[in-house]
Design a protein around this ligand. Structure first.
Ligand code: SF4
Length: 444
């Protein structure tokens, strides 16, 4: 059961010395209970109490880092079952399944999916290399996957092949997903020696629990749980049960407090559309790593968009970076338009400008991440803020000094004309749907 503020307070010296950054010991204790800081930030708690409290205040689900370089990600660390309770900690990762026979084509196709959305790189983050019995081909595929700068999962229950494969790619912090009821001791040793995470699988959830407990008892708590490949129903039930068991608000069981792997390529029956639908379900509940048989733009666009909506802090607006966004090959002589940095507004407006085919420089200033009217009402979108941004960032980059203002803030026109000497301000449409006709008529 999670400790409360008073439980921590009992162990502080109550001197209110402020060394932890909090004004009082009580404030510090409350912050620890809410997960805002860690108990070790108070240097005055006795070491024996600190050890007890650190264990009790650790997240019910372990958090790890996998991969390296451009493909380094966090896994796990979740504290709640539902996003409306609190922000999820680690986004799920998407990957492709390869074997020695198809590694080149699957990797080549997956590499084509690579784009940026709201400041986040969207690409195939994981390569699951499946051992199909031929060690030579498997090791060859592992080398190719390791060179692709993705997190590599070694999907292999053969101890000999796993050992050689880990040696080939351990610098990239792969996951060895190969421990089962019969080989877990050997696999755990290989993973521990190489300092990599160990994936555990079993015939049933009970057997998985028992195997995890045996591995933990041997001292390895760096685990990932494979939800199984018996059937879609079984994998989904396992994913939900594992997470519920770990994060039960009445007291979770930490033997299931690990991230999960779900390999859809083994349960979707070769139906790619079904696989993408399942990937969206496991994005919601509760796949930490979701493997598919392949990844293309048709699958990636909805999946990554969904993930970006689920694994963000609902209290923080999604925003795009302030700047000048040239659309349809716009250059310094192209007409300018402006709107707010709220991601949804940006994508709708930029999409309509793109549809018009007219080259436009879309100028995005810092408006607090709010929609047009909200930003204006909150004083985040003013003639002053737009003018300041344009003077600082755009004056020498935009020779065409015609600026289209969102229709909903037409009230700013006069003030903006005064603040931006030499600029012609044109009031645009109230709704994005009118942008195409408006800009075409304007530039005809
Ligand atoms: S550092 Fe420790 S003793 Fe000092 S205020 Fe913080 S909790 Fe209290």
């Amino acid at each position: 059961m999670a400790l409360k503020g008073l439980d921590y307070f009992k162990f502080t010296p109550k001197t209110n010395c402020k060394e932890c950054g909090c004004p009082t010991c009580m404030a510090f204790s409350m912050k620890v209970a809410q997960g805002g800081t860690t108990i070790d930030k108070c240097p005055h708690i006795k070491p024996e109490d600190l050890a007890k409290l650190s264990e009790a205040s650790a997240p019910p689900m372990k958090k790890f880092t996998v991969g390296a370089g451009k493909a380094e990600f966090s896994l796990g660390g979740e504290t709640v079952l539902f996003r409306h309770e609190k922000t999820f900690v680690s986004k799920c990762l998407y990957g492709v399944n390869v074997t020695g026979d198809n590694v080149d084509t699957v990797l080549e196709d997956a590499k084509k999916v690579d784009y940026v959305r709201i400041g986040e790189r969207m690409f195939c983050e994981v390569v699951n290399v499946e051992f199909t019995g031929d060690k030579g081909k498997f090791l060859d595929a592992v080398k190719k996957a390791a060179a692709a700068e993705r997190v590599v999962i070694l999907d292999c229950t053969d101890v000999g092949a796993a050992k050689e494969a880990v040696e080939l790619c351990k610098a990239g912090k792969p996951i060895l997903n190969g421990a089962n009821e019969s080989n877990f001791a050997d696999m755990s040793k290989i993973a521990t020696d190489a300092g990599v995470l160990l994936g555990v699988r079993a015939e049933s959830l009970d057997a998985l629990y028992d195997t995890v407990q045996k591995i933990e008892a041997a001292g390895n708590k760096n685990l990932v749980l494979d939800v199984g490949t018996k059937s879609i129903k079984d994998a989904f039930a396992n994913a939900v049960e594992i997470r519920r068991t770990a994060l039960n608000p009445k007291g979770g069981d930490r033997s299931f407090g690990y991230p999960s792997i779900v390999n859809l390529s083994k349960i979707s029956g070769g139906n790619h559309e079904c696989e993408v639908g399942l990937a969206s379900i496991f994005t919601l509940k509760y796949g930490s790593i979701i493997i598919m048989s392949g990844l293309d733009y048709a699958a990636a666009l909805p999946l990554y968009g969904l993930r970006q909506n689920i694994f963000t802090d609902p209290q923080k607006p999604m925003r795009v970076e302030p700047g000048i966004y040239p659309i349809n090959g716009a250059d310094e002589n192209s007409i300018c338009a402006t709107t707010v940095d709220f991601a949804l507004t940006y994508f709708i407006a930029s999409g309509e400008f793109e549809r018009s085919g007219v080259p436009v420089n879309l100028i995005i200033s810092d408006a607090g991440g709010y929609s047009v009217l909200t930003a204006w009402a909150a004083g985040k979108l003013t003639a002053g803020s737009i003018a300041k941004f344009i003077k600082e960032k755009c004056e020498d980059k935009c020779k065409n000094k015609t600026l289209i203002l969102p229709g909903k803030v037409a009230v700013l026109k006069g003030e903006l004309e005064e603040a931006l000497e030499g600029w012609k301000i044109i009031v645009g449409t109230n709704e994005a749907v009118g942008i195409v006709k408006f800009i075409k008529d304007l530039t005809a």
